[in-house]
Design a protein around this ligand. Structure first.
Ligand SMILES: Cc1ncc(COP(=O)(O)O)c(C=O)c1O
Length: 413
């Protein structure tokens, strides 16, 4: 007998918070023949994506593009502005903050990991993994640092392991209120082009991003967006750097080229992504993600399951973390849903492994994609014997039907 499980038809539902489904338009653009990366045609592509990415980061300053994943972008940022043994202040918001801290340790820095201890009463999860950065804690720590030994404050804008964003403008205000010269480094790897991000207005010195999230591309491009202060700091920073060094790249970028071989076909895709995002307008892009996130949360609430983000002011527009009832292994549920309905959900990472799963709502998506994803989860909950209060699919259908496309919603709804 033919097993239908082994011969899935239709398309796979990739509802993880990156890599995301890639729009056909981008896939087609990437299928063009690879060209000479030192030839005349290439410079036009190079210049276009460099200028386009400034608009996406909302900056007038240079953006550096690497063939790399987000982890490379983390390392590049630290390697360019830090010296051996430098103190950096990091904030525990979840697993990605933890991994970035690990990179800082491996590079020979002295990272301090600010965290709010304790567990959350309602879910038993770590308190800090349900909330964003507490900017007042950063301010207090910087005020204590009278010698200005702390060289950088590092925060994750959209914590992909929890579905919680952090208020970057508030962190900037905290640094300024403390009168501290530390650089502000922001990981917006899963935030950029999904959550509002304003590099210059928020006074960020180095921002990191990756291609496989809001930009709707396959993995393989890492970004650093710079500030003049960061470029100045890179001139005297002493951590060893070669591949990641900004100076040679910035020099070659003036002509639209790179010192080493760029990922040409991914740059075709990036050019298309920039056209799509700017063509739609960044405000519409952010509103679209907020709306999807609101619809998914309506569904999760109808099931009666806790949303991992406990602070409505900082819900992520890119993904929603769903906490499973005590005793329900979230990974077993994910496996069941994957095997039965060909739907991938994000796993719980680090301290919340097995206690939650993540629904990605970014990339090539629309209302019906998300309703199908919610239907897959709802059927999985039923098959796993997890009691739900009411139909999340029905609630989300009502939400999407009664809210117009691109309608500006209160982010906290
Ligand atoms: C917020 C955040 N930072 C860093 C990373 C690491 O990026 P990568 O896995 O592309 O190296 C990720 C990956 O998902 C992420 O979501």
């Amino acid at each position: 007998m033919i097993s239908l499980d082994k011969h899935p038809s239709g398309r796979h539902f990739l509802q993880i918070p990156g890599p995301t489904p890639v729009p056909d338009r981008i896939l087609r653009a990437m299928s063009l023949p690879t060209i000479d990366h030192r030839g005349p045609e290439f410079a036009a592509l190079g210049k276009k994506v460099l200028v386009g990415m400034q608009r996406i980061f909302q900056t007038r300053h240079p953006v550096v593009i690497y063939p790399a994943s987000g982890t490379g972008a983390w390392e590049a940022a630290l390697a360019n502005v830090m010296s051996p043994g430098d103190q950096v202040l990091m904030f525990e918001t979840g697993h990605f903050a933890f991994l970035w801290h690990k990179i800082a340790l491996r590079l020979g820095l002295a990272p301090e990991f600010l965290s709010v201890p304790g567990t959350d009463e309602a879910t038993g999860l770590p308190w800090a993994w349900r909330r964003g950065v507490q900017a007042d804690r950063i301010e207090a720590r910087l005020r204590d640092d009278r010698q200005h030994a702390i060289r950088a404050v590092c925060v994750v804008h959209n914590e992909t392991s929890t579905g919680v964003t952090s208020d970057i403008a508030a962190v900037r205000r905290a640094i300024d209120a403390a009168g501290h010269p530390a650089l502000l480094l922001v990981d917006t790897i899963s935030g950029l082009a999904a959550a509002d991000y304003r590099h210059d207005e928020w006074g960020v010195d180095v921002a990191m991003a990756g291609s496989q999230k809001g930009l709707m591309l396959p993995p393989g491009i890492g970004f650093n967006a710079l500030s003049p202060k960061a470029i100045e700091a890179s001139k005297s920073a002493r951590l060893p750097k070669a591949y990641w060094a900004w100076d040679e790249i910035l020099e070659m970028n003036k002509g639209g080229y790179w010192p080493s071989t760029p990922n040409t076909n991914l740059l075709y895709g990036l050019s298309e992504s920039i056209d799509m995002l700017l063509g739609q307008g960044l405000d519409a892009v952010f509103a679209r993600h907020q709306r999807w996130a609101s619809g998914v949360r309506v569904g999760v609430r109808a099931w009666g399951l806790p949303i991992q983000c406990a602070d409505a002011a900082v819900y992520s527009p890119a993904l929603t973390g769903v906490v499973t009832p005590t005793g329900v292994d979230a990974d077993a549920l994910r496996k069941l849903i994957h095997d039965r309905f060909d739907l991938s959900l994000g796993t719980g990472l680090g301290k919340v492994k097995g206690r939650m799963f993540r629904i990605g709502h970014l990339g090539d998506s629309n209302d019906l994609t998300l309703l199908a994803a919610l239907a897959g989860v709802e059927m999985g909950l039923k098959l796993a014997g997890v009691p739900v209060q009411s139909s999340g699919v029905q609630a989300a259908m009502e939400f999407f039907a009664s809210h117009a496309l691109h309608e500006r919603l209160d982010a906290a709804a």
